[in-house]
Design a protein around this ligand. Structure first.
Ligand code: SF4
Length: 393
């Protein structure tokens, strides 16, 4: 348990993030923690790098909505101070606290207070002797660093442990976690360290974390993005929902990629819908489709969707047309119907609609679009004629 959050042993995968404020700034840090919790963060880490930070933690911990882990790098005394402040967990970097007596002093205190510790091996700050032994940064070197630390902990009978072996190189990180999962059944915290700013950072972190999660490796995750940590929490939550590892709490917005048939600016409408649903906790799949010709069929599994046709939006629920609305009210209508469905269900939404009228109107727009654009919405046939003319000359 990290505070009230279970970790490992079949518990749901949890999302972690880290505050970017000075921990001594109690109000600023708490504000960020509340924003992180609202975005789906289950456990938050705060740096404890100085005595003022430890004092800040003493005020933050009792007011935090989620468990707090103190991040300790060089000074083992800061670990002792953080425990005194009441934190729910510690993270130690074995590359930075290397004296066995210091490590054991922290572990003994944590054992007596029943506080879990994460052994946070980091590719960028590996113990130089291991670096030398393995001729550089390798997966085996990172795993050995973690196993050495576990051995110190075991000497003082401490076993409330979780481990991470993060690296910024995705294949290296994946290899290290696989080796670790073979070597121990201690819960693992996954992350690609220093992944960088989005979107590249998101891609790297997702590649590493989801590869492992799909192999059944990993108990908690963190996206280490060069961005507002709220984005980290949101990404972590979205990944777990997308992989079906956590119950859906937020809208799953699907949208067509748009094509020559599109009757609206799909990208703009999808982005506006995404924004409108961002803070609404509605566990629904909602589709934005560019045309009424293929849209409702392709998104028939969605709880709710909208497809554009002839300057009008055709709303559908589970593939059934339920309403026709002006094009400029599409996003507002989606929100209103989504809230109704969330409260009363899709059957009630279909029942309250005049489906016959909506289906008739959709059929009319569909027929008109087919007439205007035919099967070849991207005008490929015309282009081919042109190409032949050009090439023939
Ligand atoms: S055919 Fe319609 S629904 Fe499919 S991509 Fe094109 S605009 Fe979107």
């Amino acid at each position: 348990m990290v505070g009230k959050v279970p970790v490992g042993g079949g518990a749901p995968i949890s999302v972690q993030s880290m505050t970017t404020t000075k921990t001594a700034d109690v109000e600023g840090t708490l504000q960020q923690i509340y924003a992180l919790a609202a975005a789906g963060c289950d456990i938050v880490r705060c740096t404890c790098n100085e005595i003022e930070a430890a004092e800040g933690l003493a005020q933050i911990v009792p007011r935090s909505p989620i468990p707090i882990i103190a991040d300790i790098h060089h000074q083992y005394k800061m670990a002792l101070a953080a425990m005194e402040a009441g934190v729910h967990g510690l993270r130690l970097n074995p590359g930075n606290i290397r004296k066995p007596e210091h490590i054991k002093a922290v572990a003994s205190e944590a054992r007596d207070r029943n506080i879990p510790i994460r052994i946070g091996v980091n590719g960028g700050s590996l113990d130089p002797s291991l670096y030398e032994k393995y001729g550089g940064l390798t997966a085996a070197a990172m795993v050995e660093s973690a196993l050495q630390e576990i051995a110190y902990f075991q000497e003082v009978d401490f076993n409330l442990i979780k481990i991470s072996v993060k690296a910024s190189n995705v294949p290296l990180m994946v290899e290290a976690y696989r080796m670790l999962a073979d070597a121990t059944d201690i819960p693992l915290h996954l992350g690609v360290t220093e992944a960088g700013p989005p979107p590249a950072g998101l891609v790297k972190a997702t590649a590493g974390i989801s590869t492992l999660l799909l192999e059944g490796i990993g108990d908690t995750i963190r996206y280490s993005l060069t961005a507002d940590p709220v984005e980290e929490a949101r990404a972590g939550r979205q990944l777990l929902e997308a992989l079906g590892l956590r119950e859906r709490k937020n809208v799953d917005l699907i949208a067509c990629p748009s094509c020559g048939r599109a009757e609206i600016d799909v990208i703009d409408v999808a982005n506006r819908a995404m924004k409108a649903f961002e803070d609404k906790k509605l566990p629904l799949q909602i589709a934005v489709m560019g045309c009424v010709v293929n849209g409702p069929g392709e998104a028939r599994e969605a709880d709710l969707g909208i497809a554009a046709g002839n300057k009008r939006g055709h709303l559908f629920v589970k593939g059934r047309n339920v309403a026709v609305i002006p094009e400029n009210e599409m996003v507002e209508a989606l929100v209103e119907w989504a809230e109704f469905i969330n409260e009363h269900g899709t059957d009630a939404a279909i029942e309250r609609a005049d489906t016959k009228l909506a289906e008739r109107e959709a059929a009319r727009d569909r027929a008109q679009l087919m007439d205007e654009k035919g099967d070849d919405a991207n005008h490929s046939a015309e282009k081919i004629v042109e190409i032949r003319k050009t090439a023939g000359n």
